[in-house]
Design a protein around this ligand. Structure first.
Ligand code: PRX
Length: 630
C-alpha cells in the first residue's frame, strides 16, 4: 500500500528528519529480514566485539528456551566501554549527570571505564564471582551505572531494585535472587527530601537472610546505621590499593546471564526476568541506533529510572553500546518548578528525549508557557514508552515540545522483550496513539481465544510469533512458570499479556493489559503485590486490588478490603492502610481509593473475580458471570 493512502490521522516526516535518520526505508529492511531473518540479526551482531564468533545465530532445538549466538563469546560491559577506548570516543562524554540540587558531573568514556573497573574490583574483593547475584538499590546517581557495568564486567548477575520500592519488595527480590551482596546508597533525593534507602534496606535485611556484605554508597551524608562486619562504605573500599583502575574482564558466553529484573505478573510473587550478554546486547544496540536514531554527536536523555527495564536498556546499555552521550537527572520532574526538565534540555542541548505518557500529561496541565520560555531546538527525536499514549498527549508532545519537527517514536515493549518491539522509525509516517509496526522480521499478531487471527481493527490477544535476540530466556530458577506464563496459551507464540488491534494499514494499537498487571503512571504493579501488602496489615482479612482509568496516571489502584472482626472501617484505617502499603511495596502502590466490603466476588474454586469488581467500579456490564460463586 502506498503511504499516501494511509487511513486516519497521519503525520509525515519532515524533509530534515528524512535526511538525517539512519534508516531511510523500512521496506528494504522488511524484505531483507523476511528473506534472511538470521542473517539480518547477524549483521547487527557483527558491529559489536566478540572474543569468539558464534557457531549458530539461533538455536531453537528446545523451544521455548531459545538461544542466540551460541558458541559466541563476548562481554556487554566491554562493548559499552573498552571497545570505545581505542577510538576518539575515549575522550567523549559518556555521561552527564545533574543532581536534584543542580550539581553537574561529567564522565568521559575513559573515566567511566576506570570507575567501572574500580567498582568491579570492590565487588571482587567481597568475593563476588561469575554467576553470583548482586542486588543494587540506589537512586539515579552515576554509581548505579558503574555498579551495573561492574557486575557485567566480572560476570556477576545484577538485580537492580527500583529505589521507589520499599521493604517487602526489596526483601522478596533479595531472597528470591539469593544475593549475598547488596549495593545500597545511604539515601536518595526526591523533591528535596531524602528517601532513607539504607534504613529501608536494614529492615529488609532483617527479613531476608542471604546477604553477607553491604556496600554503602554515600550520597546524602545522613547518619546511617552500619553493622560491623556486614556494612562497608564504598568510598573507603575504593581507596584501598586493590580497587585500582585495572580489572580483568570476564569473557562471557553469549547465553551467560547478564541480569535479572523483577516484574509483576498475573499472580503471586514478582517474576525474575532473565536476560543474557549476547542477545540482549544485540537487541538494545540495534534499537537504540535505529528506533531512537542515536548518532555520534547526539545527547540522549531517557527519563526512566535505571531500576526499570527502560533504564537498563535505554539509559545504560543501548546508548553506551552505541558510544552515545547519556544524560541522567537525579530528581523529580517538577522540582522545584515545572520547567525543570525543559531547562535541562536547553542547558545540555539534548537531542533525543525519551519519556512516558504520564509525564507528558503531567506537564500539559501546567500549560505551554513553562515550555515557551526555553529554547528546545536541539531536540530531534521524541520517544514515548510504558503505556498507551492518548492522541491528545501525543499531539501536545509533537506540537509544543517538538515544535512540529520531531517524530514521536512510541515504543511498545516489555521487561520480557528487553528491546523495543513495536515502534515507528523516524522516517515513517506516524499515527498519534499507535506505535506502528513491529521491528523488521518480527511477526506479531492479534488472536482470539481459540488462536485465530481476529482480523482488521478487532481486539484480541497480542502475541509475538518470531523469536528475537533479546527475548527473556526464562524466569530465574523457575522454568515451569516461564513456560506456563508466556508459552502455553498458544503453540510457539509468546503471549504478551496485552490486548491490541491492528488496523488496515498494519499499524498496531495497544489497548491495555488483559491480566492482573496494573500500569500506574507507566509503573508495572501486580494486583497480587498490593493485595499481599494489604493482608499483611493486622486489620485485614482479605483484599482485592484493581486498576481503574485515571486521567493523569493512566490507571489508579482501587482496593477492596474485608476487615477482621473487631476492626472498624473509617478514614483513619484508610490512611493507615495506605501508609502500610507504601511502607511494604512503595509509594507508587498506594491505592487511590480503598473500599471496605463484606464479601468479594469469587469463582466456585475460590479465585477473586477482579473483572467483576472492575465492572462494578466502572458501572459497566460485568460480562459472563456464570462461574461466580453466588
Ligand atoms: O502493557 C504494555 C505497556 O507496558 C507493559 C510492559 O511493562 P514493563 O515490563 O514495565 O515495561 C515497560 C517499559 C517497556 C506492556 O505489556 N506498554 C509499554 N510500552 C507501551 C505500553 N503500552 C502501550 N504503548 C506503549 N508504547
Amino acid at each position: 500500500m502506498s503511504e499516501n493512502k494511509l487511513r486516519g490521522e497521519v503525520y509525515y516526516p519532515t524533509q530534515k528528519t528524512l535526511e538525517k535518520s539512519q534508516l531511510k526505508d523500512r521496506k528494504e529492511w522488511d524484505t531483507r529480514a523476511k528473506q534472511d531473518y538470521l542473517g539480518f540479526w547477524e549483521d547487527f551482531a557483527k558491529e559489536l566485539h566478540w572474543f569468539r564468533k558464534w557457531d549458530k545465530v539461533l538455536d531453537d532445538s528446545n523451544k521455548p528456551f531459545y538461544k542466540w549466538f551460541t558458541g559466541g563469546q563476548t562481554n556487554i560491559s566491554y562493548n559499552c566501554l573498552d571497545r570505545h577506548l581505542s577510538t576518539f570516543r575515549r575522550n567523549k562524554l559518556a555521561l552527564i549527570w545533574e543532581s536534584e540540587a543542580g550539581k553537574v558531573e561529567t564522565m568521559s568514556y575513559f573515566r567511566l571505564h576506570q570507575e567501572t573497573c574500580r567498582f568491579a574490583n570492590v565487588l571482587k574483593s567481597m568475593g563476588v564471582k561469575k554467576g553470583d547475584r548482586v542486588t543494587i538499590y540506589m537512586g539515579r546517581t552515576p554509581e548505579i551505572i558503574t555498579a551495573m557495568l561492574a557486575c557485567a564486567r566480572i560476570g556477576a548477575i545484577h538485580s537492580v531494585v527500583y529505589g521507589g520500592f520499599s521493604v517487602e519488595s526489596l526483601t522478596e527480590r533479595i531472597e528470591d535472587s539469593q544475593s549475598r551482596i547488596l549495593v545500597v546508597a545511604d539515601g536518595a533525593y526526591q523533591r528535596g527530601k531524602i528517601v532513607p534507602l539504607k534504613e529501608i534496606a536494614d529492615e529488609a535485611l532483617q527479613r531476608a537472610g542471604t546477604v553477607e556484605h553491604v556496600v554503602v554508597v554515600k550520597r546524602t551524608g545522613e547518619d546511617v546505621f552500619m553493622q560491623p562486619g556486614r556494612d562497608m562504605w564504598y568510598h573507603e573500599l575504593v581507596n584501598f590499593p586493590h580497587a585500582n583502575t585495572h580489572c580483568q574482564m570476564q569473557i562471557m558466553s553469549a547465553e551467560d546471564p547478564l541480569f535479572i529484573l523483577y516484574t509483576s505478573g498475573t499472580t503471586g510473587k514478582p517474576k525474575a526476568i532473565l536476560h543474557t550478554h549476547g542477545g540482549y546486547m544485540v537487541g538494545t544496540y540495534a534499537t537504540t541506533k535505529y528506533y531512537l536514531d542515536l548518532q555520534e554527536e547526539d545527547r540522549i536523555w531517557c527519563t526512566a529510572d535505571p531500576g526499570w527495564i527502560t533504564g537498563h536498556s535505554y539509559i545504560v546499555y543501548g546508548p553506551l553500546l552505541n558510544g552515545g552521550t547519556v544524560f541522567m537527572y537525579e530528581g523529580a520532574p517538577f522540582h522545584p518548578y515545572p520547567n525543570r526538565w525543559w531547562q535541562m534540555i536547553e542547558k545540555f542541548g539534548i537531542n533525543i528525549f525519551y519519556t512516558a505518557p504520564t509525564a507528558i500529561r503531567g506537564f500539559m496541565r501546567f500549560g505551554d508557557s513553562w515550555i515557551k520560555r526555553h529554547n528546545l531546538s536541539s531536540l530531534r527525536i521524541l520517544g514515548s514508552v510504558g503505556e498507551p499514549i492518548n492522541p491528545e498527549a501525543w499531539k501536545w508532545y509533537y506540537n509544543v515540545i517538538g515544535n512540529e519537527k520531531c517524530p514521536v517514536i512510541d515504543t511498545w515493549w516489555q521487561t520480557e522483550t528487553g528491546m523495543h518491539m513495536i515502534a515507528p522509525f523516524p522516517s515513517e509516517p506516524l499515527k498519534p496513539g499507535s506505535g506502528g509496526k513491529p521491528f523488521p522480521g518480527i511477526e506479531m499478531d492479534v488472536l482470539d481465544e481459540s488462536g485465530k487471527p481476529v482480523g482488521a481493527n478487532q481486539e484480541g490477544f497480542l502475541v509475538i510469533k518470531t523469536p528475537w535476540p533479546s527475548m527473556v530466556r526464562t524466569l530465574f530458577n523457575d522454568d515451569t512458570r516461564f513456560v506456563e506464563q508466556y508459552w502455553s496459551k498458544y503453540k510457539d507464540c509468546y503471549l504478551t499479556g496485552d490486548s491490541a488491534r491492528i488496523d488496515e494499514d498494519g499499524y498496531i494499537w495497544i489497548i491495555g493489559r488483559v491480566d492482573d498487571v496494573i500500569k500506574v503512571s507507566g509503573y508495572r504493579l501486580g494486583s497480587a503485590d498490593i493485595e499481599s501488602a494489604c493482608v499483611s496489615h493486622p486489620a485485614v482479612a482479605e483484599a482485592a486490588a484493581i486498576g481503574i482509568p485515571h486521567q493523569l496516571k493512566g490507571n489508579a489502584i482501587q482496593a477492596f478490603v474485608i476487615l477482621k472482626s473487631g476492626f472498624q472501617p473509617g478514614q483513619q484505617l484508610v490512611d493507615e492502610l495506605r501508609a502500610h502499603i507504601g511502607h511494604e511495596v512503595g509509594p507508587i502502590a498506594k491505592p487511590e481509593k480503598i473500599e471496605f466490603v463484606d464479601k468479594l466476588p469469587k469463582t466456585r474454586s475460590g479465585k477473586i473475580m477482579r473483572r467483576v469488581l472492575k465492572a462494578q467500579a466502572l458501572g459497566v456490564d460485568p460480562g459472563n458471570i456464570s462461574t461466580l460463586e453466588d
